[in-house]
Design a protein around this ligand. Structure first.
Ligand code: AKG
Length: 271
């Protein structure tokens, strides 16, 4: 996409995204002071978790928290997404992947698109680093080009350490030796395609590894409401020419949680 907006991706970056299924090396969205403020607010959200819940249960809380809604609608983030998805797209999901220091939780290898009852595949995930993230504290890895290989049938996780229930098997479904290690500073983002194979190991380090995933889709993408009935969209840029999906109401309070129980990954996916 050629553009006069300096925040849009260059033609070379867009090409690289489409070839590889991800993009790194972007200028920070938030500077250190802004990120410190965002991090300082996170405990207010965590305080709303109920007994037995973890940060993984903070899903779609942007529907009730301006704190998250404003991050998702940040113009600098939307400029990046617009470069990939074009002028008309919506925002529909947010959730945290937080690995505290010395946390054994992993994220098994998977394709987001396998979990989502959505078609066609025209979605971008923005992964916003709340901390410096690398190979030492369980940063994400992604298999370049894997988004072009089709959707592979996932198996039920056998590793209890994985926070996901369905995953792909290294050596059988793909070769993890070719995976790229994501490294981000707090306030930076990566972008990835909903079909790209990715995952992350445990965090054996003394540093927290927290990230917020924010999901955007072209307005042509339709959710199957019989599978994920809580699905709501917020038009982020342009117009919704298709009107395939129900609209959410923007939140009014700083920190809140929606009054529905988000469907689990299994319920939302094609198991
Ligand atoms: O944060 C991670 O390690 C995994 C994130 C992920 O699976 C995703 O963004 O879809």
């Amino acid at each position: 996409m050629s553009s006069s907006n300096p925040n849009h991706l260059s033609a070379a970056q867009v090409k690289s995204y489409h070839e590889n299924g991800y993009l790194l090396g972007l200028p920070p969205i938030f500077n250190a002071a802004e990120m410190a403020k965002i991090n300082a607010e996170l405990p207010h959200l965590l305080a709303l978790l109920k007994p037995g819940e973890t940060s993984k249960d903070i899903r779609e809380w942007h529907e009730a928290s301006t704190y998250l809604y404003e991050i998702a609608m940040n113009p600098r983030i939307l400029d990046l997404v617009e470069s990939i998805l074009g002028p008309n797209f919506y925002f529909w999901a947010s959730n945290f992947f937080i690995k505290e220091p010395r946390n054994p939780s992993t994220v098994g290898w998977h394709q987001d698109a396998y979990y989502w009852p959505m078609a066609p595949h025209n979605s971008v995930t923005v992964w916003l680093a709340f901390d410096d993230v690398d190979e030492v504290n369980g940063g994400m890895k992604l298999l370049p080009g894997s988004h072009r290989g089709g959707i592979i049938k996932h198996k039920r996780s056998t590793q209890t350490s994985s926070v996901l229930t369905l995953e792909l098997e290294d050596g059988s479904d793909f070769n993890a030796d070719h995976a790229v290690q994501f490294r981000l500073k707090a306030g930076e983002v990566s972008l990835h395609d909903d079909r790209a194979i990715h995952g992350s190991p445990a965090n054996p380090s003394d540093r927290r590894r927290a990230g917020l995933t924010i999901r955007y889709s072209g307005t042509n993408v339709k959710n199957d409401m019989t599978v994920n009935p809580n699905f709501k969209v917020y038009v982020a840029r342009g117009i919704d020419e298709f009107k395939h999906n129900p609209y959410g109401t923007p939140p009014t309070q700083r920190y809140g949680r929606p009054n529905f129980k988000p469907v689990s990954n299994e319920e939302a996916g094609k198991v």
